[in-house]
Write a protein that binds this ligand. Structure first.
Ligand code: GLU
Length: 447
């Protein structure tokens, strides 16, 4: 396999799909050496098959807004790879959603899910519907309309969607309500992230953020450091950032910045329980403004318009918002201000040059597909609970999540340890995920 050759073919075939090409390039660069030690992979053209999604569904979603106007959006489900289990991955509602974005996310999901130790294939879906400024009723009508098409593509042994940006517990509820009506079955196993009274995992809302902090703890432990007392800068204020703030604070770290599309809130004494709770109101309001935190708690938080979380001096940066949200300039600013670790929580949150900057300048770095895998792992646990009609307590799920994050970290160390003893977490995560999926594809023949 030759990464350059495969990439130039893909670039010619999918011009303009920059995020998808970026995700593929990172994985291919990481696995090339190992791949070339396995002539059986080359013979079965594993890489050429792995970079193409199994299928993509595209559908029209028409709904009526509060003003009585008819609105039309486009819905998608990208079923990427089912070598190790049924398709699994979130739904993203965001105005910038395109098939290319969902292809990159579905590709990443395939490797992430392989890292979780659970049997789940990779998928992603969503719509260019923009939740910003929408009322609760509009969200409900959109979710219902979206499901009238999606329900034909999914099933508990086929494809199990969940939340992602713009899709949380409320949206999963509305989606499930319509699924149940259409399918005429109470089949909870068809979606994860459900309410805890109707088949949801009690810890799913917190799981991505909690898992990210458990991974960070493992990484710091390996580097001989401790999270207690560290200052953390976090981007975003959605579900993931909320869980990360909760766990970080509980572990004795101080979250001194959170950010949004409008700017950053600096919280010199660290975010507290009251402020963490308020993040939920901020998300539910669909205003998409972090300034609301400073307006609500003027004595604790100062808002600066147009600035990112990366402008605030910290020890550890946790991007928790959107892809490519941290550039090489941001990485340099973080380093100059004393930051020595970045654990990417958002999918592909750091631009390739930012990752290179961190790696070449002694900043510990771990990629999203390892750090944020606790979310989908807990979804996998929710699937197990639904299939066996059992419910685990929060403590039981938390214990399993601890174990899974430790195991993901171990896989990164196993495949990412370099001759000089340092750990390349990007390589480690990619090779570990790849080997699992590639082996399964090989064993299942040419399909
Ligand atoms: N959207 C989340 C992710 O990026 C969760 C997916 C799931 O739980 O299926 O992994």
């Amino acid at each position: 396999m030759n990464t350059k050759e495969i990439m130039s073919k893909l670039q010619a075939k999918y011009p303009g799909e920059s995020e998808y090409l970026q995700a593929v390039q990172e994985v291919l660069e990481s696995v090339e050496e190992v791949y070339n030690q396995h002539p059986e992979f080359e013979k079965a053209k594993i890489v050429e098959r792995m970079v193409e999604p199994d299928r993509i569904f595209t559908f029209r979603v028409t709904w009526i807004d509060d003003a009585g106007e008819v609105q039309t959006n486009t819905g998608y489900r990208v079923q990427f790879n089912s070598a190790i289990g049924p398709y699994k991955g979130g739904l993203r509602f965001h105005r910038a959603v395109t098939p290319s974005m969902l292809k990159f996310l579905g590709f990443e999901q395939t490797f992430k899910n392989a890292l979780t130790t659970l049997p789940m294939g990779g998928a992603k879906g969503g719509s260019d519907f923009d939740p910003v400024g929408k009322s609760n009723d509009e969200i409900m009508r959109f979710c219902q309309a979206f499901m009238t098409e999606l329900w034909q593509c999914i099933g508990p042994d086929q494809d199990i969607p969940a939340g992602d940006v713009g899709v949380g517990g409320r949206e999963i509820g509305y989606l499930y309500g319509m699924y149940k009506k259409l399918a005429r079955e109470y089949n909870t196993g068809v979606l994860t992230g459900k309410g805890s009274t109707w088949g949801g995992s009690i810890l799913r809302p917190e799981a991505t953020g909690y898992g990210a902090l458990y991974f960070t703890q493992n990484l710091l432990h390996k580097a001989g450091k401790d999270i207690a007392g560290c200052k953390l800068a976090i981007s975003g204020f959605g579900n993931v950032a909320w869980g990360a703030c909760k766990k970080a604070t509980e572990l004795g770290a101080k979250v001194i910045a959170i950010s949004g599309p409008d700017g950053v809130c600096h919280i010199p004494d660290g975010i507290d329980a009251e402020m963490i709770d308020y993040m939920l109101d901020m998300r539910a309001s669909n205003r998409n403004r972090v300034e609301d935190m400073a307006t609500r708690f003027p004595e604790k938080a100062q808002f600066t318009a147009g600035k990112k979380a990366w402008s605030v001096a910290c020890d550890i940066a946790l991007p928790c918002a959107f892809q490519n949200e941290l550039s090489a300039d941001d990485a340099a600013e973080l380093k100059a201000n004393g930051c020595w670790c970045c654990c990417e929580v958002s999918n592909m949150g750091c631009q390739p040059d930012a990752i290179k900057y961190f790696q070449h300048n002694g900043v510990l770095f771990a990629p999203g597909k390892a750090v944020n895998a606790g979310g989908v792992a807990t979804s996998g646990l929710e699937m197990t609970q639904n299939a066996s009609h059992i419910s685990w307590s929060g403590e039981e799920v938390d214990q399993k999540l601890h174990f899974i994050m430790k195991s993901i970290h171990e896989q990164c160390v196993k495949y990412g340890t370099q001759p000089d003893g340092s750990i390349d977490y990007v390589k480690g995560a990619n090779i570990a995920g790849f080997m699992k999926v590639a082996t399964a594809m090989l064993e299942q023949g040419i399909i």
